[in-house]
Structure formats: structure tokens, C-alpha cells
Design a protein around this ligand. Structure first.
Ligand code: 13P
Ligand code: SF4
Length: 304
């Protein structure tokens, strides 16, 4: 019997890779798709924490990451032993962790969130009178504290791609055009997020662009990884969409880990060759599954 191979791709992968996928989406959509996929093999054209999440949610499937080096700086900047000490120093707080984290990190968390549901999960916890600590993304946490007046203690790691967007380059770019809009991913630094008229996940930004009803001559700056510009331009070829600059004149911020998913690597993975996510123990997966499933149950409402 032929093996059922399901290929998933994040929006930050190259257009040719997205075209090879059964499903393209943000972290939340891809996690849910992986959980429900009837597959012998799931090829995850994304980064390692995404493939690990797929394996945790669908342990019967073989999950293959096309390139073993597809990591994420939010994971590599977090020492899990130090994280455990930090978490233990707030025994009366709920630990909310961004999905961009290792399986061991997830196992130390009460809730996992994605950029799609982080605002709502934390609002719900505060409405219940809980105290919250947030890891690992310092920029996302600073934005939540600023936006909602929280006082969450934050772990300090950043996305090395989004952290490069900066206010000075943005001011110059905005000053050079007649009219501009800015939308941004919440992994960006706070001064950039404070200027944005929309802050949200990759899918959220794509939906904002699809629904844009302003002047088509206005420039729309997008502070996120360059891959999703492809999806935005396909959806709205009438708009002037530009990646936000990281320095004057440069629209050039790309995630090196996502881009390791080239066509050849994804083809090889579809033949079962790549990094197989087979190193997590049953206990590790069970511990990490609890906070992920809590989030997925909470999030069903966003996906209607
Ligand atoms: P999304 O969940 O918004 O797709 O973000 C994933 C990511 O890694 C952003 O850098
Ligand atoms: Fe990680 Fe940043 Fe790459 Fe997203 S863009 S996978 S957060 S390094």
C-alpha cells in the first residue's frame, strides 16, 4: 500500500515549496492540520519546533523535517535549565509560552500560545485573576505588557529576523512616500509595533491585506519575514506591498532556517529522507501535549 504523505508549509517558505504543500498556514493552522492529518508521513516545511509539535499531536505519523538545521533563534537562545529555575521562581504564576519553543520548554509551561491567540489566552487568564509569566519572546511580551497594561515578567529571547526591524529605517521609508500603512508581526520590537495599525500573526496580516479597502496608491509596509509577501501579492496584486526596512533602502529580511526548506530538500523528505522527529520520549511528548491541547481547545473559535 502506498504511504500517505502530507506536506505542510509555513508562509515563510519559498513560493515553490508552498506550491508543493497540501496545506500552507500559520503555526496554529498547521498544528491543527497535523493533529487531524490521516498520514503515514508528515513532511513539515517549517522549522524544528513546528515539526516537534506535529509529532506531539500526531504521534502515530512519521514526521520529517527536510533539513535538520531548521531551528529558530527563540529556541536556541533559551537554556531550558535556566528557564526551569526562572519558572520555579514564580510559583504562584501561570507560565504561558509561545509555541516557538522546544518540547522540553513546552513541558515546563501551563499554556502554549501562538501569535494568533496570545492576546486572548492571556486576557482570559487575567480576567480570572491569575498572574502570568511569559516566555520566550521578549518583544512579544513587551508588546502585551504595553498594549494591555500587564506586568508579566518576561523571559529574554528574540526572533533574530523580526528583531532587526527598526524605527529609524521605518521612519525614513514612511517619510519617503506620500501615504503609508504599517502592519507587523508581534515578534518585532516595541517601537515598531507601537507604530503599526495592525499587529498579528502571519494569517492575521494576510487577512488584513485581503480585506484592505483603503487607497490602492498607498504603500503598505509589512514588518515580517519576506516569504509571506508572495501570499499577499497573490491575494492583492493591486496593492503596493513592501517589506519594512531593516536599514535604509533594504527590504531584505529573511529567515535563514525557513529558507533551508528548498524544493530538493522537501522532495527528499517526501521520500522519507530528512530529520525524523523520533527522539522525543513518550513522557516528554505527553508532558508537552497538555499545554498545547489546552490552547487548541481554546482556539477552535478562531478557525471557523
Ligand atoms: P505565525 O504563527 O504567526 O505564523 O508565526 C510563526 C513564526 O515563526 C513567526 O516568526
Ligand atoms: Fe524563528 Fe524568527 Fe525564523 Fe520565525 S522568523 S522561525 S521566530 S527565527
Amino acid at each position: 500500500m502506498t504511504k500517505r504523505v502530507v506536506t505542510l508549509a509555513h508562509y515563510y517558505t519559498q513560493p515553490e515549496v508552498q506550491q508543493m504543500a497540501d496545506k500552507v498556514g500559520d503555526s496554529l493552522e498547521l498544528s491543527l492540520y497535523a493533529q487531524e492529518a490521516e498520514a503515514d508521513i508528515i513532511v513539515f516545511a517549517g522549522v524544528r519546533f513546528m515539526a516537534e509539535t506535529a509529532k506531539i499531536l500526531n504521534p502515530k505519523a512519521r514526521v520529517i523535517l527536510p533539513d535538520a538545521d531548521s531551528t529558530c533563534s527563540l529556541v536556541t537562545q533559551t537554556d531550558v535549565t535556566q528557564l526551569a529555575k526562572w519558572r520555579n521562581s514564580y510559583p504562584d504564576h501561570v507560565h504561558v509560552s509561545y509555541i516557538n519553543s522546544s518540547a522540553e520548554h513546552k513541558a515546563l509551561s501551563d499554556w502554549i500560545v501562538t501569535s494568533r491567540n496570545v492576546d486572548d489566552v492571556i486576557a482570559e487568564l487575567y480576567s480570572q485573576g491569575k498572574k502570568v509569566i511569559f516566555s520566550p519572546d521578549r518583544n512579544m511580551g513587551a508588546y502585551l505588557n504595553f498594549q494591555y497594561g500587564y506586568d508579566m515578567p518576561l523571559w529574554s529571547a528574540v526572533c533574530e529576523v523580526h528583531d532587526k526591524f527598526n524605527e529609524t529605517a521605518l521612519n525614513e521609508a514612511i517619510g519617503a512616500v506620500d501615504a503609508a500603512h504599517l502592519i507587523a508581526h508581534p515578534e518585532s520590537p516595541l517601537p515598531v509595533l507601537q507604530r503599526a495599525e495592525y499587529v498579528g500573526s502571519t494569517s492575521g496580516m494576510l487577512n488584513w491585506v485581503k480585506g484592505y479597502q483603503g487607497e490602492t496608491k498607498d504603500v503598505i509596509f509589512v514588518a515580517t519575514e519576506d516569504g509571506i509577501l508572495y501570499n499577499m501579492r497573490m491575494a492583492r496584486p493591486d496593492l503596493d506591498l513592501r517589506q519594512a526596512p531593516i536599514y535604509a533602502g533594504c527590504q531584505c529580511n529573511s529567515c535563514p532556517y525557513m529558507k533551508l526548506n528548498n524544493v530538493e530538500a522537501v522532495k527528499r523528505a517526501q521520500d522519507g529522507i530528512g530529520l525524523e522527529i523520533d527522539y522525543l520520549t513518550t513522557e516528554q511528548m505527553a508532558a508537552a501535549r497538555v499545554p498545547i491541547e489546552r490552547m487548541l481547545a481554546f482556539s477552535q473559535r478562531y478557525l471557523a
